[in-house]
Design a protein around this ligand. Structure first.
Ligand SMILES: [Zn+2]
Ligand SMILES: [Zn+2]
Length: 262
């Protein structure tokens, strides 16, 4: 059976092999996904251990797993974070713990190591029925109901005909789980008036579009699986980096930057 991680890796390998402008980003992401999968498998394979939901308290185990991720970033990452990875590898484990806790308590999308490290940890936490501890989880529909994280990407897919289901979901940037979301609504501020919501699409990426809001000036990318069923939204979102350029040039800010900083 292909695991969730393998599916992302295969898609990233494929897109990296044919990408143009985003080739470097995608190639780095192929290495990063492999390292994150390794962290996930390490945690999952640990005998008589389940994540507690408090990454700081779990650092004795998690810290061992993260060495692989730091090494991969040192080897394949863009220079600034490669240098940071090297420093973290050489530092006292307490420094890494502090890095993760800073992100855990006040996440921002420019803290690469916090986000890259906690994604596999939280994915395993969610799958084992745990709950995040020591982090405020907002109850709003625009935040991840599991961990309170921001949406990374919006996904459209066909579901059984059911008036209750919107066919749209958001994938969490922090824990990678997804939640259902209403269709024509800004994922940042909740704006619903169609005149305030704009879409941008380029023939180059038939299944990806920008969803922008003129009320809060934020945008998110949306991956349409009804157009391309085998797309992997978090990977295709990176491949479609040229669309971000358009959004920025038009004054929109992304709700959450992805792991490769786009
Ligand atoms: Zn989440
Ligand atoms: Zn908005």
């Amino acid at each position: 059976m292909t695991s969730w991680w393998d599916k992302q890796i295969q898609r990233a390998d494929y897109l990296a092999s044919r990408a143009d402008g985003s080739k470097e980003l995608l190639t780095f992401y192929t290495h990063l996904l492999r390292a994150q999968k390794e962290v996930y498998e390490f945690l999952r394979g640990r005998k008589d251990w389940l994540p507690s939901g408090d990454p700081g308290g779990d650092m004795l185990v998690l810290g061992d797993g993260l060495a692989a991720l730091l090494s991969a970033v040192e080897l394949h990452g863009p220079t600034p974070i490669a240098i940071e990875a090297k420093t973290l590898l050489e530092s006292d484990p307490e420094v890494m713990r502090e890095t993760l806790m800073r992100y855990w308590q006040s996440p921002t999308d420019i803290q690469f190591f916090g986000k890259a490290s906690l994604q596999p940890y939280l994915k395993w936490l969610a799958e084992t029925g745990g709950r995040p501890i020591g982090r405020e989880v907002s109850v709003g529909e625009r935040q991840c109901p599991f961990c309170g994280g921001n949406p990374q990407v919006s996904v459209l897919q066909t579901q059984e005909t059911n008036a209750e289901s919107s066919n749209r979901s958001l994938i969490c940037a922090t824990c990678l789980s997804s939640w259902e979301f209403r269709r024509v609504v800004c994922a940042k501020c909740g704006e619903e008036r169609p005149a305030k919501l704009g879409y941008f699409h380029s023939p180059e990426f038939d299944h990806v579009r920008i969803e922008a809001c003129d009320t809060c000036n934020h945008y998110i990318k949306s991956v349409d699986l009804t157009r391309l069923g085998f797309a992997a939204p978090i990977v295709d979102e990176i491949d479609a980096a040229p669309l971000d350029l358009w959004a920025r040039e038009h004054g929109y800010q992304k709700i959450e930057l992805n792991l490769v900083g786009v």
